[in-house]
Design a protein around this ligand. Sequence first.
Ligand code: IPE
Ligand code: MG
Length: 224
Amino acid sequence: MDGNGRWAQARGRPRLFGHHAGARRVRDVVEACPDLGIKYLTIFAFSTENWKRTQVEVAGLMSLFRRYITREARALKDRGVRVRFIGDRLRLDGKLVVLMDQLEEMTASNDVVHLTIALNYGGRDEVARATKRLAQDVAAGCLSPDDVDEETLPRYLDTHVLPDPDLVIRTSGEARISNFLLWQSAYAEYEFIDTLWPDFSAQELRRLCTSYGARDRRFGAVPA
Ligand code: IPE
Ligand code: MG
């Protein structure tokens, strides 16, 4: 969800104004998913690198996350959205983590759309944490190094219950991955679009889905 800061700056407003506008876009996008056949949606809300921002912006974002969860919980539950969080919770404020746990729990039986919110998430950090737990299992004797293959590591990733992404959309004109779902996106299709996140719409998501549908995904094989 990139481009909130520039969207606000273009209006002569503080960056947090853009983050609030960006948060409001999430609802429309989630609501558009069932119609578009999107069962799993993952949004990148805060990266392990975003702590480098000013204390004012970080604190504003954290308070926005608490407000978002509190405000949206009922609607998410009622619309059949199952919410999960990925990322390292250890560095997050305890009060926020409680709200995250509660939202996961209260939506746990939903199945219309699976919304995953990446919060204090970094692909490298995720792989490092997964490797640590994998190594602990080896040390404890519950896993043999000979049994470690491509199927093993994903079981330790935060996303272990989720399918790999088919399409990754990055807004705001930046053509880079920025540590998002590194392992999981090995064969994802990418869309880099100029739209700033607060201007993103269900209509644009529909257009991108249509274009995705016309792509020829070969996963390394030759065309049929
Ligand atoms: C939102 O956009 C990303 C978050 C960390 C919430 P940015 O804050 O990166 O916006 P730009 O890139 O400065 O425009
Ligand atoms: Mg940015």
